[in-house]
Design a protein around this ligand. Sequence first.
Ligand SMILES: Nc1ncnc2c1ncn2[C@@H]1O[C@H](COP(=O)(O)OP(=O)(O)O)[C@@H](O)[C@H]1O
Ligand SMILES: [Mg+2]
Length: 264
Amino acid sequence: MSAANRDRRDGRGGLMKALVVNNEKGGVGKSTIAVHLAWYFAERGNRVLFLDLDPQSNGTATLAAHASDIDAAALFARTVAVPPMASAGIRVLGGTAALRGIVAVDGKVIEQFRSNLKDASHAYDIAVVDTPPTFGVRNLAALIAGQFVLAPIDLDDYAIDGIETLLKHILGVKQKYNSDLEFLGLIPNRLQTTSPRQRNNLNSLVQRFGTKYLFDGVIPQRSSIGEALAEKKPVWRLSKTAAREAGREMRAVFDKLAIRMETA
Ligand SMILES: Nc1ncnc2c1ncn2[C@@H]1O[C@H](COP(=O)(O)OP(=O)(O)O)[C@@H](O)[C@H]1O
Ligand SMILES: [Mg+2]
């Protein structure tokens, strides 16, 4: 366990664990996984802070039932008193157009974000941070302030090409700015289980990155996941058999993740 994790357990540094869902590519399932993680952790009795750093704000829309009147953009600009949460649930600091204005890589902006997140850490158990599909100051700030990062990837031929760069960025931040950041791994999402090409790509990823950088689990492509998002519900809450099965698959992955994060 890192020193920072020990501090958090001792209650000295606040108890919250910030998990960043990051990939500078769009459409890989960051928001899908981030909102499901928020639901998952809340159902397990955690107070979850959801930060949407993407002005496209898909996660904010899906979690609209948990909206607050604070925008995530404010965290970069000033000291923000995030209202504490007394019991299990989700509070969303939403993504808005104002995030588009936060582009310059500026140490003060990053430090403001980090300090706001630290202040909030006394009143929450988990922060889930959804990020935009660009490697800019918002992603950088999230990786500098976070304790864990998970990187959803898809298994298309084109997507594989970007993985080296993604790893370089994440590991670069860890090395330079945040030694406490734990990289939970690349998680293949939308795996087309019957596609030989996708299976091949998965195998070559295993060979290239092994267990060090590849998360131990995959999320298959399931149409009920899209249906669940449209209904703003976790896939395991839909009553169709196929959705319950998709929910089981996803939760099996999250159970492993929670163990890695020591919240299980
Ligand atoms: N495992 C999955 N099975 C089926 N559809 C998925 C899955 N994961 C994501 N999707 C769909 O893929 C699209 C892109 O996902 P999204 O989470 O918005 O990606 P990102 O946030 O990385 O841009 C969405 O329409 C979403 O419903
Ligand atoms: Mg997204």
